[in-house]
Design a protein around this ligand. Sequence first.
Ligand code: GLC
Length: 750
Amino acid sequence: MYTIITPKKILVSLLFVCSPLLKAQDSFEQQINTLLAKMTLEEKVGQMNQYNGFYDATGPAPQGGNAAQKYEHLKKGWVGSMLNVRGVEEVRKIQELVVKESRLGIPMIFGFDVIHGYKTQSPIPLAEAASWDLEAIQKSASIAANEASAVGLNWAFAPMIDISRDARWGRVMEGAGEDPYLGAKVAEARINGFQGDDLSAPNTIAACAKHFVAYGFSEAGREYNTTDIGTNTLFNIALPPFEAAVAADVKTVMNGFNVLNGIPVTGSSYLQRDILKDKWGFEGYVISDWSSIGELVPHGHAENLKQAAEFGAKAGSDMDMESKAYITHLAENVREGKVDEGLVDDAVRRILRVKFELGLFEDPYLYCNEEREKERLFHEDHMQGALEMAKKSMVLLKNDGNLLPLKKDQKGIVVIGDLADDKNSPLGSWRLASDDNTAVSVVEGLQTYTNAFKFVQGPKVFDDDASFLQHVIINTTDSSGMEEAVAAAKMAEVVIMVVGEHGFMSGEARSRTKIDLPGLQHDLLKAVYAVNKNIIMVLMNGRPLTINWEAEYIPTILEAWQLGSQSGNAVAQVLFGDYNPSGKLPMTFPRSVGQVPIYYNHFSTGRAEKEPNVFWSHYADEENSPLYPFGFGLSYSKFRYSDFNLDSSDATQIKVSVKVTNSSTVEGEEVVQLYVNDPYASIVRPVKELKGFKKISLEGGASQTVSFTLTDRELGFYNSKHEWVVEPGKFNVMVGTNSQEGLSGSFERQ
Ligand code: GLC
């Protein structure tokens, strides 16, 4: 509780002390108004100012300023939040400084990039999305919240919900893939996992839907590049996951670095005020991305930092992450009449509201519990949760000849690959808070089953001291180790080859123009294949890769992404059949990077049909089809679809059902997917769109009828005037095992 120092504090503290009794939201509003009335303009602007912690930088090193100046501003109450502060001791020290030394003692909120875990890392978000298991995804986020809140943090800069169709862009690893329906469902699950049922509980934290909006459409997949999309893509693809996040009561939204259709999103009142706050009724606050307010200047939108502060505040960017535009110029802009103080009050009200809801006014040290910190990090329950999530995230892409699952007493196993004993890459690029070398490697996972295998690293692929701030150095010339690997493979009964990307080859600022296997891995695969065709390829990557030769020649391919702390144990359990892989691709795998952007929910075009001449939509040197489509994934089981039924007698509830039979003897899970196509509409509609899915489990030989209900919510779209409409006419429906295979029917909507 407060240390009462001044008469004013007695009054303010009394108000806060009784806040347990005044839990209702309107009491918060009364307290906010009372507090706001007491605040000077500088103190208000201070709430809109966020500083980076005194060490880690997750963006360009903090420009200007220094720890001494930051401490001065903390004591003055000119800092509303900090990011990258780690550990209860640090958080408590800073919180005490602010609560006890500043005039009004307004507690700080501490944010961090808890992208897929704090210490315990779950699979990268793209992998989690591949599970299509919303319950597991929510639980994974709650584990992350459990650990983050144990180190004093009360705000995660997650979930990232940028739709992207471009595997060249490194941050596809951080989202839920290419589809707005799946993206919206995953967003909701992750927000509920972070925020729980009671945001004032010490083990729940505020979530942050980011990056608002369309950052995933960076031109040419180049990081921080321009985005320029039509309103149809904006309203029907990019925005829906954010609309779902607001509906899920996300407490904060982060804007982005990108210019969208000529205006930086950080400076767009159309996006942040008209759509997010007015149309959708978002009551939380918008945090800028790292220095994105200041970057209005290099974007060529603001003339200088002072104008950037003006434009950012007017556009509804409520808090300034590390650009120092607000703390330096916003009060001056208000005094000069350039920014209405009412806009500042609105921003501050939003920020204070989240702090009240987090319980920080009631107890600023609610998240500072040294005992909990010791007890929760890397907790066995968290590791178990990470293992379950990892198992569900893997996608079986190929299993010709049924090399998988391995027999428990399989002999003659040789494991090859630089990534096979890598204990860092599986943690992914956003492993900011975790500890190096804490992932279970594939070799270690296999050892829990057997030691009767030989591991040969083969040629080095990556340098060992790659860092978050620098690019990975890739070996493309030194083939030493190749001969030893080939010799071992020659003697093997089965070869497990672990290939893919280093953990720091995807993520922020990691765009690639070529998305094939880096280094000499492709050559290694071919050399091994030449002596032994019984290859199981375990792929560890942060993005879809063009693995055409592998897809044609390697008999078995398991997509293992970057699965986090329990990676090797999860991979081993799938390889030995103790878990039957059930994942489905959340993002299309291209045949060639030249096809990118490639996605399943594309338009037909006017010349989709193959012609005897060249005048139809195609490439001269590549197929149109993907290597692996959205929603694709195999199982050790075999699932057969039959008895498609569609009942449109009730136009408001179209009933669709299908029978799914597991025709194998192995129990397995199947993600049954429902797609809809509106063949004729006022704006052209995609050839199909995901509008429902159910993950079911079936014993060998069992069947289950899976039903869906289609309503206007699934049939409608935003038209050219950005109005939500449902148009009469024919609708095609498909229910299947991926976006290309299923049973279909149609109905007429009046
Ligand atoms: C980074 C990222 C953003 C992250 C923020 C704080 O540049 O774009 O997603 O939350 O800065 O680290």
